[in-house]
Write a protein that binds this ligand. Sequence first.
Ligand SMILES: [Zn+2]
Length: 260
Amino acid sequence: MLPWRRNLHALVGAYALDALGEGAERERFTRHLRRCTSCAEELRGLREVATALAYATAAEPPPELRRRVMAAVSRTRQLPPEALPQWRFRGWLSRIPSSGWLPRLATATAAIAIAAVVALSVALSSATQQLNSARAQGQAIAAVLAAPDVTTVTGPVSGGGVTTVVLSAGRRELVVSTSGLAALSGGKVYELWLIGPSTAQATAIRRAGLLPGAEAGLTAPVLASGLVAGDKLGITVEPAGGSNQPTTTPILLLSLPAVT
Ligand SMILES: [Zn+2]
């Protein structure tokens, strides 16, 4: 069984993000790129975006770029929580306003990856002293987004807003971002939880990180690890610094694709 053969087209996002390393996988994809026109075309679009992002890390991303990327992400709500064949994504992408680079992107995964990097670059430009840890987190997030088994789930938040989860069952990791959540006062924070199937066990609810402050209604992606079978994602409002266990009613309880 050679899984890379099956998923070679899916590696274009990882290649564009420099997430393939220098090993054999990168060499195989480079060879594939010479004879696959759809991957070559997609890579050209991704490189244009990468150039825009290089600018964005030094300054605020152009509002129009962010608006378009987040519009693309919001459309993933129309997708069921399973990976779809690429031809369906093409139909989905054709509904995005057709100017600039976005229509060239051939997969929803690539659009989401770019959205995550854009959101991250916002975090970078507003906190340059945290550059190194943010870069490390960015690489970990890119690895999830580029995983061959990546799937996307979205869910509405009670009180307004949407949560987007990009998940790799194989890596047991997920990336969480939100849009349109209500602003919190008094130092309160949104806390993420992984909630196992049995709440009778104290270990069934695990902390999964705090959402960073929203920038224009969007929160930068948060990586959560240690996903187990039957987990749901929960969000609660907690006092400053977060809590060890939820102290309020979840405003989101989202079923996640099965991990085995
Ligand atoms: Zn290809």
